[in-house]
Structure formats: structure tokens, C-alpha cells
Write a protein that binds this ligand. Sequence first.
Ligand code: G6P
Length: 618
Amino acid sequence: MCGIIGYTGRRNAEQVLVKGLSRLEYRGYDSAGIAVINKGDIQIRKKQGKLSVLMDELSHNPAKGTTGIGHTRWATHGVPNDVNAHPHVDSGRNIAIVHNGIIENYKEIRKRLQAKGYEFVSGTDSENIAHLVSDCYAGDLYKAVKKAVSMLKGSFAIVVIHREEPGRIVGARKDSPLVAGLGDGEYFLASDIPAVLEYTRDVIYVENGEIVDIKDGGITIYGSGGKIERRDPTAIKWDISQAEKKGYKHFMLKEIFEQPGIIRNMLAERVRKGKIKFEELAIPEKDLKRIKRISVVACGTAYHAGLIGKYLIEKIARVPVWVDQASEFRYRDPLVDKDTLVIVISQSGETADTLAALREAKRKGAAVLAVCNVLGSSIAREADGVIYTHAGPEIAVASTKAYTAQIAILHLFTYFFAGIKGTVGKEEKGFLREFRKLPGNLDKLLGPYHSAKNRLAGYAAEFHEYYLARNNKSCFLYLARNINYPNALEGALKLKEISYISAEGYPAGEMKHGPIALIDENPWVVCVATNAQTHEKMLSNIQEIKARGGIVIAIVSEGDDLLRDESINYAIEIPRVPEIFSPELVAVPLQLLAYYVAGEFGYDIDKPRNLAKSVTVE
Ligand code: G6P
């Protein structure tokens, strides 16, 4: 799950590649590198660490030329170091490649090529590709790549250059994303659109099995059989400024504050004349009407959104819903068939496990609906129908705005689906009346957090002191019930991801079956005790924690008595809404708490260690 880029045109390739990589760093940042063709030679600059380390190297040792490739790495095979960083070259330094994906038969290829005298210097599977293309090369880079990729097993998006073919870049993909950007006399290949958006809005999504040959100022796309594919470019409508920080200290904070606007736009786009519309859905209503069960499949944060979807759909549309982590779904021979609607949820639309689950579901005859954020992503294209969350590019690795957008879309889809199923009638109007208040409630909730000195920032500072005073012994527990239980999982995930502090999410009712043993004066326990049918039960849980010396942060509805309860250590209020409309609101203080705690520890909030935004390996 790395980021790759290729460029050929009139500009200084080094600058274009580095700029593009800065937009792809969310895909991995263990090392970065570029290769540029200059006077029949390939200049390679690559460094372990974030892109800034490579930029520093380039400031002393620039690479000159107008054709090149670049890479930002998330290590799979081989530790993150300078040697394993991409680009990789063949033994003769004629060919350089960048690769995103995993080559499954790399051991076999390596053995064969070593026997032929090729010398391997890295511990990566990717280096095989450089030697293999070299072995297949007989004066034409496209033909060599075509032959080489036919021998590769696994997943890949690659971009390749040859030192004797300046002005030519060849790309190929199988199960890892690749887009081609078409500029004025210049071309780009990249893992994702933001990498090229500064230069062009015209892109072509490269399909699985295709090879792109860019040379002599033209682009040719070959299908898997070698047939030339003709495809018009898609014009990208969103702006690069949507992917910039706009004065916020971190992308994560910016993205948290974007949430009200996203839901506002979603309402404007999806609700017309009091009716919920999903224009791009593409699954006919008659097919949805006969659905007997729903299976939701996703990973990470998107999985938590799916769990909330289960509560919503079962309660309102009265159709049973199973929710699976995509990595588990496909290995247990899931019971899905033509009566099942499989909803795959993915911000990036590229998560390998989710994509594999989608294919498994289709193979079993189920209709697949994707809820995706990235337009034209693999999952969006392979599903039978798609609903986009339109949350704009999410850059911070820890997902925030995509999560609330996924929940909100599931809210709307639930009522849309329930309307088709006939389990709601007039209630839809009541639902929309309440749902329309969500952006305003999010604004109100976020209001106090525009200033850097706010309550949650204060709690985070106190936690930091507490943690240090206890020799790092403290941890976090998140408890909630019913529709907010998935938010407990998500709150814990956010904290783990960016603060590296041990955190667990639990349904509060399960506390007595294990987590209560953790309670002494060390853990901080976040309790979601908002207006709900289980409110009284949450209050009892809080008392149980207090009685054992635990420290409580209570998330409550405005006006709640807990705000005046002196035995509660910390309390955060959210607008008072009916329980079913609360998940999008409860998510926000949990996101902010994780953000401020990570800030206190001085961690790199937007790029947490070992993680990547788009996980295109299984
Ligand atoms: C990674 C990201 C998470 C994300 C998960 C699923 O782990 O760091 O933030 O929730 O992948 O990604 P997807 O793009 O499929 O939603």
C-alpha cells in the first residue's frame, strides 16, 4: 500500500514527482524515492523515512530531467531502509520501477533470475520486477512490461522507465489502483488523483489488467489481450484546495471541522422535495424490495460505521443485518446468496480485504452496494451499485469525516430502503425533520472547540500529566450501549491509532464480564451516557467505575444531571437529540479527545507510525 507516480513532459520531473508524492504520503511513509532519466542515465535518490528526508537529500543532490518515477513506501517485504526503498533498478541500471502491491511468486522469480546472473540487493518482492522487465527487454519497454507482468502473481500497480527511452513511461495494474493524468503535452501516472490534480483535471482510470504506454507525446492503453482501449478522460470536479490544511494545524482537525458542511451538502444532494434520492445507486428498487437479509462488510473505521448501520436498518427497515470485518468474511464461506444485499463500506474504495469480500459476494450471486468516498475507486467500480459519501479527500490517516459521512449515508439509506420495504410511511417525514437538524447540531457541538483552549484539550493535558506521573501505566476504556456501542469501539480505535495508548471499546453491559477487572485508579473510562433508553443503566455503570476508583469522562446530552455531579471527573455535552440520531454527534468528542491526547504526546497526528490510509495489501 504504497504511493507511486510517473511523469513525462517539459517540467522538471523531480519537482512534479516530489509534489505528487506529498499528496500520496497518506498511503505510506516508511521511505520515499525518485528516479529521473538524464542523458542516457537513471539518477536515483531514495531515503528511509518520510518524504521530508528525501527532500532534504534532493536539496543537496538534485535529479535533473523531465521523465521520472517516484514512490512512497509502506513496508511489506523487507524492513524500511534506504536499500529497500523504491525505485528499484535491474543489475545493469537500465530499468527503474516503482511498485504498489505484493508479488506473491517473488521467491520463484528471484531464484530463476539469480540463476541467470541477476544480482538482487534488496529484501523486497518489488526488485524482482526490475530484473524481470530487464530480462524481457528487447528494445521496446511496452513489450517488455507486457511480457513481465504476464509472469507476475499477486497485486501490483507499477510504473517503469528505461534509460535509453527518455520521454516514455509505462504503467500496468492488477488489483492496485492506477490513474493516468492527461495534461497539455505532459502525462502522469499515479496511485490516486490528488497527486496529479495540481497539473490536470483530466484523468483516465486504468482498469485491471491494462497497460498504459506513454511516449512521443501520446498515450495508449492496452487491454489484457493487447487490444488498444479507447476511453475518454473523466473531468475531476473537486479542487486541490479541498485537500489542503486551510490554516488548521493538522488535516485531522480540519477534517473534524468539515463534518457539519459535509452533512449539509449531503442533505442538499440527497433529499429533494422531501424524498431521499440516490441517483447513482444503479440497483433497481424491485431488486431491493426482494432482499431478505443484509450483510455489511468493511474494515477499520468503516466497519464501525457498518455496525451502526445494523442498528439502524434492523430497527427501521426490519431486515436482519450481519456485519463482518472484510478480512474474516471471505474465509468463512459466508451465507450470502441472491436474496442478500451485501453493503461494502470503504472510504478509499481500495482496501484489499474489502475488495476481495466484494468479489466473493458477487461470486455467490449477491447484489453488492458500495458506500465509498473516493470516486471511481476499484470498489465503487466493481460493485453493482454505489452510494458516494462525498466527504472530499480525507488525508489524515485516522478517519473522522468519512466515518460520520458513512453513518449519515446509512441513516438516509435506511429510510430509503425502509420506504421500499414498506416498513415506514409518514415517519419518513419525521425522520427528515430530525435529520435536517444534524448539521446545525454539529456546528453547535464544534463551536467551543474552535479555540485551542477548550475543555477536551484541558482533559487531554491532565491525562498526559497523569500518565507520566504513573510511569505510563494508564490506559483508556470506552463504554457505551446500543447504537452508540460501535462509537465506543471507534473512540478506542482513534486513540490507539494516533496516541499509541492502549484503549478498549466495550458494550457497557459486558463490563462485568471482564473489563471491570481493569478498574483501579489507573484507567480513564469514557462513558457514553447520552439521552437513551439505556441511560439509567449507563449511570449504574458509572457508579460501578467510581466505586472502584476509576476516572470517568462522561459524554452526556445537554442539561443532563451528570454535568452537575461532582463525583464525575470530566463531562462533555452534546446537543440533546433522540437516541437514533446521536451517533454522528457522539463520534465528534471522541475524535477530538484522541486528537488532543496525541497532541500532548507530541506525535505526528496525521501520519501515525506503522499505519497507512489505504491498505491495499491483505
Ligand atoms: C486503514 C485506515 C483506516 C480505515 C481502514 C479501512 O486501516 O487507516 O482509517 O478505516 O483502513 O479503510 P477504507 O478505505 O476501506 O475505509
